[in-house]
Ligand binder design. Structure first.
Ligand SMILES: [Zn+2]
Length: 624
């Protein structure tokens, strides 16, 4: 009898635990590398990959040719018998996974679309050399990844220098992330072979580059020399080390003036860009260096006009073709964005920030972004600001984009709404832009087709919702409905500070938010990140209790739980709101709230501010 009772009780308990929204998140066991508080632990390590690259842009052959020395330091506790390299130009090889799949483009609101293919272009990278100390290494390419076997295992703490030479034909359209316009404008990313991340969670991370799913990269220092036609202006990751060789004395004087100016100073005026006073023959070599970045990208064109300004010693640059319209406000947008994110979240940590106008619909790299000219002012701001927002996620906070776009696109999109609200404050757009997340929820959170945001980007059939819209809706509600602005901002800033220039995993984020806010948020992450649970709060009925209070019978009719805000409307026309804590749903899916009130109540509404993606609003109000 006793035994039986115990078994029954246990069975009941486990049944409750399985279905409870409050069941604990199954996070990986913390340790000395990643601590239980969500901070990097005392033994946290990550690899270092630094690059010295010489490359030449051949605009006649449309080829980029380069050689590089990679200094790779093994800070892991493991001996490495081989390394994995990313060779992303193979996306455009005839037999690539991308070309075989021939996926439809990813289309965003506002008409921006990403075609992850090369639109029929057949190219691919050619590896000319991969050596250590003059000795070639065994290479095994696998699509956009390549394994390189080392002559002897690389011991913990040891470093190795790879000498690599390569070339590739430059695609006119490079999967939405790089490309060129004839031989007049080049936007170059994914252009040099680079190390795959080796970490404490997955070991090597050679997930292929297919299109969706961006880059997970090691931090390091860069020394890059780019030889281009003499008339070209180049923008790149890092700072120019040979200004005397590449700028005129007039341009150098203008740059010095721009550094102390809040508003745009023309380094190359529209008139100068239009008349092409720069030399049209010969070549010029640009020398850039960058410290503690995870990638290097660059743009080049003989047609660029160039505006610059300064913010706390940071040189902000916008490069655009004279005919790009409406680009005139772009510099003000760029300056605002760097300043806003710096003051709101984390100071911009590098000496310059550049946006290049061109064919790419929006792409981010350290210190440099590629942004098109868009006809609508709001879209122009959003795209330019969004790409710069990536300087915080993932350039500063170096998360694994190939697995977790919600920690990159998602976190960035969340901070973007704040930037748009601030830039357009007082306008209809600025005051309502965040509401679009709720209409997106209605349209895209479709039962049966929606996937949890934790799914990999290449497995997501609606990446726009899962990576760009659901995460900012989630964080907005965490801030406004679960925590409060001060608590949320403090925790989110601490997450950025802890993981700046490091590789956070989802658990590090969940733990940091819980530890800093002091709240158990397992129930929140479980619903929002790991499931497609929907929310349906309802007022079932209302009953007066004597003359001094009322009972409000509430129910939670779907799988997601959220705290409840109740609005009481009185017969005299006044209203007031009462907040109920999330713990109410610990008791089950029904809850009876007793509110003290002496005035007759004529209507009771849950979520009166309509901030929740409640799937059935018809049951949100009880009226007498
Ligand atoms: Zn983005």
């Amino acid at each position: 009898m006793f035994v039986l009772l115990t078994v029954t009780a246990l069975a009941l308990q486990s049944q409750v635990a399985d279905t409870s929204p409050f069941r604990a998140l199954a996070l990986p066991t913390p340790g000395r590398v990643r601590s239980a508080s969500g901070a990097p632990g005392p033994d946290y390590w990550q690899q270092e990959a630094s690059y010295t690259i010489q490359a030449t842009l051949d605009t006649a052959a449309q080829t980029l040719r380069g050689s590089e020395r990679i200094h790779y330091v093994n800070h892991s506790p493991d001996s490495l018998a081989f390394v994995w390299m990313q060779v992303e130009q193979n996306l455009f090889a005839a037999n690539s996974i991308t070309y075989t799949l021939n996926q439809p483009p990813l289309v965003f609101a506002g008409g921006v679309s990403f075609d992850f293919t090369g639109k029929g272009f057949i190219g691919g990278g050619v590896m000319e050399k991969f050596e250590v100390a003059g000795k070639p290494l065994q290479r095994t390419p696998y699509g956009t990844m390549m394994r390189v076997d080392l002559a002897a295992p690389l011991a913990p703490g040891a470093a190795i220098d790879f000498d690599v030479a390569w070339h590739f034909p430059i695609p006119p359209y490079g999967g939405g992330r790089m490309g060129r316009i004839a031989s007049r404008l080049y936007e170059l990313g994914q252009w040099y072979p680079r190390l795959v991340v080796y970490d404490d969670v997955n070991g090597w991370n050679p997930l292929p580059y297919i299109g969706a799913g961006e880059f997970y990269l090691e931090y390091g220092d860069y020394d890059v020399t780019l030889t281009v036609p003499a008339g070209f202006v180049v923008g790149g990751t890092g700072t120019v080390q040979n200004p005397e060789a590449v700028y005129t004395p007039e341009q150098r004087a203008r740059i010095a003036r721009a550094l102390t100016s809040d508003s745009a100073v023309a380094i190359i005026t529209r008139a100068e860009a239009t008349t092409h006073t720069a030399p049209r023959t010969g070549v010029k070599t640009w020398h850039f260096t960058a410290r503690n970045v995870r990638d290097f990208a660059w743009c080049a064109s003989p047609d660029y006009r160039w505006d610059a300004s300064g913010y706390r010693g940071i040189q902000i640059n916008t490069l655009s073709r004279p005919e790009a319209r409406p680009w005139d406000e772009a510099h003000r947008m760029a300056h605002f964005t760097i300043k806003y994110f710096s003051e709101m979240w984390y100071p911009y940590p590098w000496p310059q920030a550049t946006t290049c106008e061109g064919l790419i619909e929006g792409m981010e790299y350290p210190m440099i972004t590629f942004v098109p000219a868009l006809p609508r002012r709001e879209d122009q701001f959003w795209d330019l600001m969004h790409e710069f927002g990536h300087e915080w996620f993932p350039m500063v906070v170096g998360s694994d984009e190939r697995r977790y776009p919600w920690m990159d696109e998602g976190f960035n999109s969340f901070i973007d709404y704040g930037a748009a609200e601030s830039y357009f404050r007082g306008t209809a757009y600025g005051d309502t832009v965040r509401r679009e997340l709720l209409s997106a929820a209605q349209r895209f959170a479709v039962p049966g087709t929606e996937q949890p945001m934790i799914d990999k980007p290449v497995e997501q059939r609606d990446l726009a919702w899962a990576a760009y819209q659901k995460p900012p809706l989630m964080l907005t509600l965490l801030r406004d409905a679960v925590l409060d602005s001060a608590t949320f901002n403090r925790a989110f800033r601490e997450y950025i500070r802890r993981w700046a220039f490091k590789h956070p995993q989802p658990a590090d984020f969940f733990r940091t938010m819980a530890n800093v806010s002091g709240r158990d948020l397992d129930w929140f992450w479980r619903a929002w990140v790991f499931t497609t649970a929907r929310l349906d709060q309802a007022v079932n009925s209302v009953k007066a209790v004597g003359t001094d209070s009322i009972y409000v019978f509430l129910s939670n009719r779907a799988q997601m739980v959220m705290p409840v805000t109740v609005e009481l409307a009185y017969a005299d026309g006044t209203k007031e709101t009462r907040a109920l804590p999330i713990e109410m749903w610990n008791l089950g899916s029904r809850f009876t709230a007793r509110f003290a009130t002496r005035k007759p109540v004529v209507a009771v509404t849950v979520d009166p501010a309509r901030i929740y993606p409640d799937i059935d609003r018809r049951n949100n109000t009880w009226a007498r």
